[in-house]
Ligand binder design. Structure first.
Ligand SMILES: Nc1nc2c(c(=O)[nH]1)N[C@H]1C(S)=C(S)[C@@H](COP(=O)(O)OP(=O)(O)OC[C@H]3O[C@@H](n4cnc5c(N)ncnc54)[C@H](O)[C@@H]3O)O[C@H]1N2
Ligand code: MOO
Length: 420
């Protein structure tokens, strides 16, 4: 008699599953940009990945100018001076300053030749009719003057390809006079949920059913990246339906994200669908939550199959989908910063061989320094833990437990583009 196969390979030992670092390395090294560059007006550029380096076409500031409202003069200040000119911001070519005089000048106005310093008006005494001014002594030569190119010199490369354009980058581009920029087009992403038990928010629900929270969550997570999302809805646990929907989506999307059906139970059809339609590069990771995650491709479309448990889907998006989409979209992927923080909690026992990501937040400890707190319950279905958390606490493969005061790695959600 044949021995009955007791364990599906869904239940691989952690030692046989891919480790976190290898999984990130696989996704970021084997994928490459598929998003062509396009010219984007500055107003539409925030959050996009830059496609070409940006070099400053001119000095910023363009001209030497006053940093304050006051009086321009040639140092050293000789006390009382006649006021020979008035230079407001917007004047393009002020006449040179007559020797032995001062010019009334305003913030941002170009410095006249012959002047090298500006005294703030609050520190000066002007005659009632404004024709003379007394400049205080002790001002350094060059005081209150902004030099041409002191912010950015013409010709310097300021932003490299792959930069995610932040508000301050947009400010820099605008300060160069650039009205548009070459950025990668948004990725086209399809999102679907799988499971007979799932119901659309707003619909009726019966015991045994669950509202689909993953799709709404994934769409919200996707909105932290420059992607255009197609919502493919909820698919039932039916192999043919799933296969047809995925095959169709793969023809017109750069990536497909699914949640649920990721294991190999009889009702889990996602992995089987990738195997039939394309190539599976990864399935099962030594990470909790997130064990049954899969990664593959169908033609040129990348497939990322996330577990159905909401916490696992969330964590997998941050740790794996985000890097994958960054690389596909033309971004430079940078690992989120891990902050070493003393644990304000204890975990008596942790399995070795797998990495765990706990939901946590920072609090001020008794000595005034931050300590990490952990959401007490680890269940992968508990959205409450995600809500209470402001980041993930990482427990590496070799960690066997955590005692209060041990240093743990804290990864704030802000490092994954989730603010607030
Ligand atoms: N016998 C075993 N059972 C399970 C194992 C295991 O190793 N042995 N692994 C568990 C882990 S870990 C996870 S994660 C889940 C992953 O399973 P699937 O991806 O196949 O997910 P489902 O079975 O479809 O769903 C799991 C859970 O999540 C709920 N769910 C699914 N989709 C959604 C959605 N869109 N919105 C809200 N909730 C959703 C679903 O109802 C289930 O409760 O498997 C464990 N089981
Ligand atoms: O590891 Mo599952 O992915 O815990 O929820």
């Amino acid at each position: 008699m044949n021995a009955r196969k007791l364990l599906d390979d869904c239940f691989l030992h952690d030692s046989e599953r891919m480790r976190h670092a290898d999984c990130v390395a696989l996704l970021t090294s084997r994928l490459s940009c598929v998003a062509a560059p396009e010219i984007v007006p500055l107003g539409a550029a925030p959050g996009r990945w830059l496609a070409a380096p940006v070099t400053a076409p001119r000095d910023v500031p363009l001209h030497r100018n006053s940093a304050v409202d006051g009086y321009a003069f040639a140092a050293p200040a000789p006390g009382s001076l006649p006021v020979s000119a008035r230079i407001a911001a917007g004047v393009t070519a002020p006449p040179p300053l007559a020797a032995g005089t001062a010019a009334r000048i305003f913030t941002g106005a170009p410095m006249p030749k012959g002047a090298d310093s500006v005294a703030m008006q609050e520190d000066c005494t002007a005659s009632e009719d404004g024709t003379t001014v007394t400049i205080p002594s002790g001002l350094k030569p060059g005081a209150n003057v902004r030099q041409a190119g002191e912010d950015v010199a013409a010709g310097s490369t300021v932003l490299g390809p792959g930069t995610r354009l932040r508000p301050q980058d947009i400010a820099a581009l605008a300060s160069f006079g650039l009205a548009e920029v070459s950025a990668h087009r948004p990725l086209r992403i399809a999102v679907l949920s799988n499971g007979d038990e799932l119901r659309e928010a707003g619909a009726q629900i019966a015991p045994g059913q669950v509202f689909d929270s993953n799709r709404a969550m994934l769409k919200a997570l996707a909105a932290t990246l420059p992607v255009a999302v197609t919502d493919l809805g909820i698919l039932p646990d039916d192999a043919a339906t799933i296969e047809a929907a995925i095959a169709e989506a793969a023809r017109s999307h750069d990536a497909i994200l699914t949640t649920g059906g990721a294991s190999r139970g009889e009702e889990d059809h996602i992995v089987a669908a990738i195997d039939r339609l394309g190539t599976r590069h990864l399935w099962q990771i030594a990470v909790k939550p997130g064990r049954p995650m899969s990664f593959g491709q169908i033609g040129d479309c990348v497939f990322l199959g996330l577990p159905g448990n909401p916490v696992a889907a969330f964590v997998c998006f941050l740790l794996y989908v985000r890097p994958a989409l960054t690389v596909l979209g033309g971004g430079s992927y940078v690992e989120p910063t891990r902050f070493p923080v003393p644990a304000g909690f204890a975990v008596a026992k942790k399995k070795t061989g797998r990495r765990e990501f706990w939901r946590g937040w920072l609090e001020t400890g008794p000595d005034g320094r931050p300590v990490a707190r952990k959401f007490a319950r680890d269940g992968s279905g508990l959205i409450s833990g995600l809500r209470q958390a402001t980041g993930l606490i990482e427990a590496a493969e070799e960690v066997t437990g955590v005692a209060e005061g041990d240093l743990v790695s804290f990864l704030p959600f802000s490092g994954f583009g989730i603010d607030g």
